[in-house]
Design a protein around this ligand. Sequence first.
Ligand SMILES: Nc1ncnc2c1ncn2[C@@H]1O[C@H](COP(=O)(O)OP(=O)(O)OP(=O)(O)O)[C@@H](O)[C@H]1O
Ligand SMILES: [Mg+2]
Length: 220
Amino acid sequence: MSDASAPSGAFQNRAASAGPTSKTLLETRGLSKNFGGIKAVTGVDFRLGRGELRCLIGPNGAGKSTFFKMLSGQLPPTAGTILFDGSDITGEPPHRIARLGIGIKNQVPSVWDGLSVYEHFFIAAHRRLGARRAAAVADELLTKLGLATLARRDVGALAHGERQWVEIGMTMAQDAKLILLDEPTAGMATDEVERTVALLRPSTSALASSSSSTICSSSA
Ligand SMILES: Nc1ncnc2c1ncn2[C@@H]1O[C@H](COP(=O)(O)OP(=O)(O)OP(=O)(O)O)[C@@H](O)[C@H]1O
Ligand SMILES: [Mg+2]
């Protein structure tokens, strides 16, 4: 990925960069990742506002997942800077970045077969909340995602699109300031894609708070 989707001049005005009171939540400057001789991500300048939804679209191998993994601390950048909500988080470990408010749904599914939908949401919410409030958040997510009838169902028995929604819900349960969704609609039927888009679109979203921001990716 060698896109520079931010307006030219990004980062030149530090006063307008990703400080806690600025409208910008996330900013990358010259973000790059090489795997040996493979240049997966090259010099990406990117800026995301608070409450904004952006989608990265690129073909297989364009570097979308690598970009997300750098933002979430799963991969250290080869070069460049990541500013998030007033902090330079470049190279920070995943647990610290998660605590600062970045939640990610990775491209490769990470749900646990054998646990129910409710248990997934409860566990995700329980990372930051006590049991009573986590249970309330789990119930709320079941309703908002339209999964209430599947609450006690083993996630291993769900259809692909439903498993994706479980993962999206787990990311939402973290109440992150920035939500990263790597290919949330991969493998979904058209009606499932439309439902997912409605969940994520700021004007219709029932999921995120109005101040949270989302970056999603798609290879289509
Ligand atoms: N851990 C790794 N080691 C070596 N090369 C890697 C690694 N991860 C990704 N790559 C390479 O980096 C490039 C970008 O891969 P990446 O997975 O970020 O692309 P993508 O846009 O997410 O693709 P897709 O649409 O298939 O998910 C590819 O050439 C890929 O083979
Ligand atoms: Mg990918």
